[in-house]
Design a protein around this ligand. Sequence first.
Ligand code: HEM
Length: 510
Amino acid sequence: MPSTLAIITIALAIVYGILYAVLYATQSNSEPRLIPTTIPFLDSAIGIARHKVDYLVSLRRRYGLPIHTLRMPFQRIYVINAPQLIQVVQSKTNLSTFVPTLLDFGMLFSGLNRTSKDTLTKAYGAHGNGFTKSVHRYLASGLDLHAATRTAVEKLTVGIRCGFAGQGQVGLYDALRHQLCLALTGAIYGAENPYDDPAVEASWLEFVPGISHLLYSPFPSLTAHKALKARARVIKAFQNYFETGSHMQAFAMIPEMFNTNANHGLPPSEAAKLEMATSLAMLSSGAISAFWLMFHIASDPDVLRTCREELLNLVVKEADTPSGKAKVVDLSNIRTQCSTLTAMWHETLRYHSTVINIKKVQHNITLVSEYSLKKGAIVMIPGTAVHHDTNIWGPSASEFDHKRFFTPAGRKNLSNTAAYRPFGAGTTMCPGRHFSTSVVLSLVAMVLLQFDIEPVQGQWQMPTKKNADMWNAMPKPDQDVPVNVRRRVDKDASDTEWKLVWGATTGEKE
Ligand code: HEM
């Protein structure tokens, strides 16, 4: 009689053999190469769950393939690494072949009820919920963008003056995150910004870790219980905001979105839930980017000194203040006058970005006459693999080196979305990129001009980012970095009063 163990072993071997046979029988030779598998249909899922975007980067390093296939239960994924193929997938002619899958990302975690989801799907079809369209219209360029940036910068100047000075020891990430939260949401939600209430900001922070559960867990009500309660508190604050008409004092995008959705039949209680998507766009990647940028500048004395010198180029005049004279700094010129600070920003995004673009193949197609892609499959473009590709960025691709953007080759890559894609690419490219870039750079400039930041531990140590959420375009550090914040005492800054503005009335030095 064979033992139970022997029977189980034989059964497992048979199942394994069948799965292996099915895997290869259903994979065509003309499809992109299948990555060798140890556990058919499961090892990619396990790899992604364990190592997140690093799994895709390691496959790129190990096999060096321009495109390859990963198989999961009932789903095939084509991972694209080569710039030439990325360009083809992103091209206008292929817009209807490769369709973004996350247009309704906001609907997945906002808690909208079934009726509201149906209402929005009927109203906007494949365009999710109208939120993305509104951001494209209001924040991608023009006077509205300028107005929103100016308000955010005004809020930052007040917040930094009152909130940073004399704080002593703080977490670098949390201190920047808090300032950015109040500035970005203040500029968009107006005088009655719900996030001005510390309890709402705290609830938002409690909700964010639950997003992964809402996206991937089969039982989010069990696994993300606390986060869902926190979400309910934020939604309640927004419901009150809409019901009291506070949105009428907001940036024009907010009342317009509310009225359009109301005309489609969405009540204020449900419109309040949609603000979870707006909030996430504003509050997810910007603060993380600001943290990494500040970390790299503050931990490199040469770069710190150069950035501060460059910022002095932004002084446009002197103004009288009640306590004497202030130097007026026009932060809207950062990108043209501060090449090192700007290069540090680009390098921060290139080096750290964890963006993954996901599209669905709408019909069978042969890519560049070579690779057959099947209808219904998912195409993934991992930004990290592209950003760390030595064929694009040279042998130093995996090092942090902002000077790469001082070379013609680096500058050329910057304008090529198949090489540099922290904000995505094509029609869905982040419409908040100019707003967030301007506000983050202004925040960092304000801190650099007015404060010295030193690590409590005595030495700067880069935190790990292994636990970062896969849905986020930028990786949150696993631990905050405790720092001491002090007003600057060096000769350039000790007795200088700064007036920091976005777009001064005169561009001439007086
Ligand atoms: C440093 C900060 C930010 C980063 C790194 C970032 C990154 C991204 C990325 C990678 C995408 C996907 C692009 C694609 O699919 O090709 C995206 C989409 C989007 N972002 Fe941002 N983002 C940032 C800040 C913001 C801000 C502040 C807002 C709004 C105020 C915003 C609004 C949006 C919207 C609405 C979309 C969806 C666009 C669409 O599907 O058409 N983002 N962002």
